[in-house]
Design a binder for this molecule. Structure first.
Ligand SMILES: [Zn+2]
Length: 79
């Protein structure tokens, strides 16, 4: 839980520092793109090797949304 909390805070700080992510229509007030999309490790990287383990990134649909993940590093465990 502590590691998750630290990771979420770190991701939020980086997202603010990079001024958000421009995927389709989000823009800064001056029209420029955000820079957070360059930090994504799996989003939009289907078929590319995971930076951590080299397994190809997979894409599935979750609640109608495209969702990318590493099938080795991000295993769903039963609660
Ligand atoms: Zn991995």
């Amino acid at each position: 839980m502590r590691a998750l909390h630290r990771g979420v805070r770190q991701a939020l700080r980086l997202g603010i520092a990079r001024q958000g992510s421009t995927l389709r229509d989000y823009r800064l007030p001056n029209g420029a793109s955000g820079g957070m999309q360059d930090e994504f490790k799996v989003y939009g990287r289907g078929g590319e090797p995971c930076e951590r383990c080299g397994t190809p990134i997979d894409k599935i649909r979750v609640a109608g949304r495209g969702t990318w993940y590493c099938p080795r590093c991000q295993v769903l465990r039963a609660a």
